[in-house]
Design a protein around this ligand. Sequence first.
Ligand SMILES: [Zn+2]
Length: 309
Amino acid sequence: MSLLSNERRKVTASEAGGMPLTQTADDVMFHDIASSAFIGHCSNSACRSGWLHLFRKRTRPVFEGGWTCSPDCTEARVQFSVRRELEGWQQVQETHRHRIPLGLLMLERGWITSQQLRRAIEAQRGSGNLRIGEWLVEQGAIDEVQIARGLSLQWGCPVLSVSNSGMAGTSEVLPRLFVEAFGALPLKVPSGKIVYLGFEQSLDAALALSVKRMAGIRVESGIIPSSVYADAVDRLRNQAFPALQLAETASDLAAAHVLARSIERARPIASRLVRVHEWLWLRMLLQSPGGTLPISSRISDVVCRIGAF
Ligand SMILES: [Zn+2]
């Protein structure tokens, strides 16, 4: 069974925990925000405060659709979520050894000749810096749009185009760190019902699944031709991103402690934890979506890596 279907199964199991999938009009944030209106029942199942918590003057934080009455209860819930996210870590490495090599695929389709392919392979052997597709472009055998088309056939995904409207608000989708580390370019469509993740060379199914779980909306991945990709990432870098706190901890308990402390400090109206490869990503919604507030006063991210991974 592939990673994707494994992970899908896991998500479904965790969603069965009672998080409603209501979509907010403003998309890209949490599908559980609507449930945060029901205050009065601490969401930590081991909460021992009984009716006492009714006298505690707090309506926030809300973590994964549930209000918590005290810092201890927040930490207990975060510990549970950290454990949930770390399970299945071993399965993460998805390999793609079975894909037809790009050069062969293009040869088969008659896009390049066997001489052109041989030249590119020899050049690649001589200097390992460039990929085969890059050598083919370098040697004038093919252009980058066709390389992107070849990659999209390899991955079974579309070639994405980048419009100006598609770049609006995309810095809300992922922390800047993930854009840089995983080479993913988020793109939105006006309806807000779907987010596209554009990649230059290869898709990242685990990242796409994490974004889907975080945003609660459909995520589709595709290939973007190199120069279009580079230009769009440059434009994205100029956008403001949510505030980001980075943490590195020695254990899952220590990670839960750091994350719970951030939640207690920020008192978000909604927050959620998902794993993205070796990172735990906590996203906190500080204000209702929309409006004219700067992004860093609406959304706050904490990204935490556990040293023992
Ligand atoms: Zn409690």
